[in-house]
Design a binder for this molecule. Sequence first.
Ligand code: UD1
Ligand code: CA
Length: 455
Amino acid sequence: MSKTKTAAVVLAAGMGTRMKSALPKVMHPLTGRPMVSHLLSTVEAVGVDEAVVVVGPGMEAVGRAVAPHPTVEQTDRLGTAHAVMQAREVLAGFDGDVLVLYGDTPLITPETLGKMLEARRGPVRPAVVVLGFRPEDPGAYGRLMMDGDSLEAIVEAKDATPEQLAVDLCNSGVMCVDGAKLLDLLDRVGNDNAKGEYYLTDIVALARGEGLACAVVEGAEEELLGVNSRAELAVAEAVAQKRLRKAAMDGGATLIAPETVFMSHDTVIGRDVVIQPNVTFGPGVKVGDGVEIKGFCHFEQCTIAQGATVGPYARLRPGAEVGEGANIGNFVEIKKAVVEPGAKVNHLTYIGDARVGAKANIGAGTITCNYDGFMKYHTDIGTGAFIGSNSALVAPVKIGDGAIVAAGSVVTGDVEPDSLAVARGRQEARPGWAGRFRQRMAALKAGKSNDKKGT
Ligand code: UD1
Ligand code: CA
């Protein structure tokens, strides 16, 4: 049995003037990746046979973000219908289903796209299926003109009469169109309207004029809001964050105050992980089962293995790998370093470009001095080593297994396994010195004040 083919066209040529940005609108990130990338993973999830992205001039960055999916350029931005036409080469001769998505409507789910494809393939065989929704504030959205179950036309807010504006069923922008009819319909779209643009939305009335059926699938506002400004971007981010938190909790993590935990699209969190309030996961973070993350931590591109404890107030930067059962405490920063299983880095420490051996103990205030202003150097701390508080380990340097570094040392040379390194000024003792000092100073001060009285 031959399966109906599906193609997707993602419109992303608009600069998004209301974003007031040098970055193309669809490159603005949501949960740490460009909006347009969200759309492509969604269309990939429904299994489209091909997806093409329509970009504007000078948007090479969009091309790189969506690769290996191809892009086509819309040189003059003459409207959404004109934008779809730029994919003519992909669409010519294609008679499957064509999904049209707007790059600034990034929250749509594969389930909803699936419903649209289902509606297209249903008994009525509508030529156009439009995804509608009823936003709290219909504002500038296009309005869907219905006759019973049949969609008759889409009217843009700027072109609508007051009666049409009162309609609360709006156009999300997402459509599923019969590929055999699409180019034909697009060819007949004109630009005699308030914006002087070729509106994609006009294909509905054109299809109806030919007696072709058009239908609406309704979706939830949360999923369909369009991002046209930074304020709307923040609303979309909030929705996306809510989804990520729910997925983490569904996966067996406890979030004590979910609304204060921020994740990335690719955050991986195991089971029985407890996350206290105010934690931020940047991109590329993996957390193993049973990890406890205390409040106010910040992570990016790092891994935390099973049973480790991190925070409060810990910062794990790119390349930090926290081993099984290790403890990372408060005000600790770790970058490009492996902390092996069971090691403890509990307080006020910077570990960069380093290995901390299994079960090693890093005292409060330890700093790996990894940078001389030009190059970075490695610090290797052996298994079970003990670094006394407030030590500076000047890289490149190697601390052997089981070695002890005395507190306050500035270590510039390698330390043999199981040996002690003391690298600090020696303590001198002067019995009674403090008492004598105080007596002398008190007498001096008294003499001075007597002098003053005499004059
Ligand atoms: C569009 C719809 C409107 C719908 C709303 C949903 C039209 C005519 N109107 O309005 O009915 O309610 O989306 O959010 O389609 N684009 C191009 N090339 C162009 C013009 C636009 O690629 O020449 C892209 C934009 O980058 C954007 C998308 O198409 O990703 C939508 O364009 P936009 O101008 O934001 O349309 P709206 O006015 O929001
Ligand atoms: Ca828009």
